[in-house]
Design a protein around this ligand. Structure first.
Ligand code: ZN
Length: 132
C-alpha cells in the first residue's frame, strides 16, 4: 500500500470509523458517502459512527505465506469478524498463544503495528484483534 493512501485512511484504521445511514440505519465499514441500499435517499443523511471494537469470529485461517510487507509476521491468523454493529471486517487475530481461533470466538480490537514498507522504512499501525 502506498503511504498517501494509508494516511488518507487513517481515521477509519485508527478509530474503526464507520458510516450509518439515516434512511435505513445500516452501518458500513469502511464508511461510505452513499448507502449502497438506499442510494439517493441516503445522500446528506449519513453520519459518522465509531464501531465498539467488539465482534465475533465468523471464519479464520492461518497464513503461512505472507503478503509483501508482512513476511516477518508469519504464521499469523486472519479472521472474518462480525462486528457488534453489523459490518464484517477482515482482521488479524494476535496474542492467542497457539490457541486455535474458531468461529464463534469473541474478539476485541486492539491498536498494533500492522507492517512496514521496506523501501521507505515506514511502519504502519492500525487495528488488530485479540480473543476477548
Ligand atoms: Zn440506507
Amino acid at each position: 500500500m502506498t503511504v498517501p493512501r494509508f494516511w488518507r485512511e487513517i481515521p477509519q484504521r485508527y478509530n474503526l470509523q464507520a458510516s450509518k445511514c439515516g434512511a435505513c440505519d445500516a452501518i458500513h465499514y469502511p464508511p461510505r458517502t452513499v448507502c449502497p441500499e438506499c442510494r439517493r435517499a441516503s445522500i446528506g443523511n449519513l453520519e459518522e459512527v465509531k464501531l465498539s471494537g467488539r465482534g465475533t469470529v465468523l471464519e479464520s485461517t492461518r497464513v503461512h505465506k505472507a503478503a509483501p510487507g508482512y513476511e516477518a509476521q508469519v504464521p499469523y491468523t486472519l479472521a472474518l469478524i462480525q462486528t457488534e454493529e453489523g459490518p464484517v471486517i477482515t482482521g488479524q487475530v494476535v496474542d492467542h498463544d497457539g490457541r486455535a481461533v474458531s468461529a464463534g470466538d469473541d474478539v476485541r480490537a486492539v491498536f498494533r503495528r500492522l507492517g512496514e514498507d521496506g523501501d521507505a522504512g515506514v511502519i504502519y499501525y492500525g487495528t488488530k484483534w485479540v480473543l476477548a
